[in-house]
Structure formats: C-alpha cells, structure tokens
Design a binder for this molecule. Structure first.
Ligand SMILES: Cc1ncc(C[n+]2csc(CCOP(=O)(O)OP(=O)(O)O)c2C)c(N)n1
Ligand code: SF4
Length: 248
C-alpha cells in the first residue's frame, strides 16, 4: 500500500502534551514539514519559549535550545551570529513574545536579525491558567479580567505584526490562522517563506499564527475554532503585513 502521509522526520515520536483541540500541535507539524522539505533537519537550531510550548525541544527532532520567558529572540540572535549558516527559529506564545519579551522581539526585528519567529497568538496566557495577555481582545474574559478586558484599564490588544512591520529590519511578516484547511495551507506557505527569507539574508522574518486555547477560553475544541473566527479574525486581519498595513 502506498504511504500518502506520515509523521515529519523533523518531529520526534513523543506524544504532544497539548490539550484536546489546542492548535499548537498543528503548527509544530507545519514547521517540521517545512524543515523536512528544505532538507534542513541537520542545519536547524530552534529556540523554545516559556509557555505551553516550553517542551517544543522534546518534539522537534532538530537541535533545540530553551530560553527564559521572552528571551528567545535574544538567544536566537546569539546562536545565529555564531552559526550564520544554520536556520534558526524561535517558537513563542503571545505572553512570552508580546508581554515579557516585548523588548527582545522589538530589538531583534529592528536589528534585522536573520532569524525566523513563529508567534502563536491565542489571545491569552495558556500555561499559567488563562491570565490576560497583551493580545486579549476587548471584553474578553480572563482570570485577571473576569468582567472582560477593559481598554481604559488594560490598554488595547496589541497588533504585534503591524507594530513590528514598521521597523526597518523586518523583512517579512505575515499573519495567518489555523482555523480551516485553507488557512492551514496558507500557514505552511508563510512558514516556508519565513525560512526562505532567513536563508536569503534579507532580515527578520515572523509568522503570527492565530491559534486556539479551548482550555482557558472555557469552550470545546469546535467552539474554540468558531470563537477564533468570530472574534479574532475581525481584529487580527490575515495577510502579509507591510509598513503597518495588511496586504489583502
Ligand atoms: C521570567 C518568567 N516569568 C513568568 C513565568 C511564568 N509563566 C510561564 S508560562 C507563562 C505563560 C505563557 O503564555 P503564552 O506565552 O501566551 O503561551 P501559551 O501557554 O498560551 O502557549 C508564564 C507567565 C516564567 N516561567 N518565567
Ligand atoms: S492551556 Fe491552552 S495553549 Fe496550553 S496546551 Fe492547553 S489549549 Fe493549548
């Protein structure tokens, strides 16, 4: 019988610990498929964050490094500068990248570091029980905003891709989503491009992936996909982001 699908070589056979319906697993698979397709398994160094994907080093079958909360872009900068021929990526949640690591990601993008960042935006801190993140939407309930995010108190949900795309060192930024087969295909295309941009030495590349956290959103996996579509897509528009504008 012809084998038509299998586990990417760049993933170990360890079972993911993610909750049912969590889309971290889909994105891990897409990153691994891209690494396989570019034949980069032996040439890739990944940097894992703090957050639910802290164990990414157990799942990617490439050289991996752990960074403390938010520091992945700084660690990846050091790795890439010492190993300019390697493909270096960070994999970070929104609490990690957009809150504690805001300074690191801004300056790595501004310096035009030739790294690829996979940024998982699930609008909440997942691992630590569902606190409000910088990406939490207006009115969205979280453990630290039980009545819904109040813009007057907490500020606006940050559109990280639009913000970083204004920096001269940012070569490629795209926002994608894993809520449908069509969008999953587009996510893979964007991850591919982000690795290509790194290989061609053009500068910093980031893919923001709209993702789900059914556990902390307090909904079923199916409802989580619907919640993403109804609430996240209108605020976080999909597409390549150039100079703060999403290119439709
Ligand atoms: C320096 C530091 N500050 C805070 C924490 C606690 N902490 C661990 S994971 C996490 C939440 C990360 O959430 P996010 O980046 O949104 O990823 P997700 O879990 O949603 O995938 C926090 C606050 C920590 N481990 N280290
Ligand atoms: S807490 Fe949320 S982000 Fe973390 S594994 Fe569960 S569903 Fe995924």
């Amino acid at each position: 019988m012809e084998k038509v699908a299998g586990r990417p070589d760049s993933l170990t056979d360890k079972e993911f610990h993610y909750c049912p319906g969590c889309t971290h697993g889909i994105v891990h698979r897409l990153v691994a498929e891209v690494i396989d397709e570019f034949d980069l398994k032996e040439e890739t160094i990944g940097v894992a964050p703090v957050g639910c994907s802290v164990l990414a080093y157990d799942y990617f079958d490439v050289d991996m490094h752990e960074a403390s909360h938010g520091r992945a872009p700084a660690v990846a900068t050091g790795i890439k500068r010492v190993h300019p021929d390697k493909a270096v990526f960070t994999y970070q949640g929104d609490g990690d990248l957009a809150s504690i690591g805001t300074a690191e990601i801004v300056h790595a993008a501004n310096r035009g570091e030739e790294i690829t960042t996979i940024f998982i935006n699930n609008a909440i801190y997942g691992m630590t029980g569902g606190q409000m993140a910088p990406t939490t939407l207006e009115g969205q309930k979280a453990t630290t905003s039980p009545y819904g995010r109040d813009l007057g108190e907490a500020g606006h949900p940050i559109k990280v891709s639009e913000m970083l795309s204004k920096l001269d060192g940012a070569a490629y930024i795209e926002r994608v989503s894993v809520d449908s087969p069509k969008n999953i295909k587009q996510t893979k295309k964007a991850i591919k491009k982000a690795f290509e941009v790194q290989q061609s030495g053009e500068g910093f590349a980031m893919v923001e992936v709209l993702s789900t956290c059914p556990t902390n959103w307090g909904v079923s996996p199916v409802e989580a996909i619907e919640w993403l579509q109804e609430n996240m897509l209108p605020h976080y528009k999909l597409g390549e982001v150039v100079d703060g504008e999403v290119q439709g």
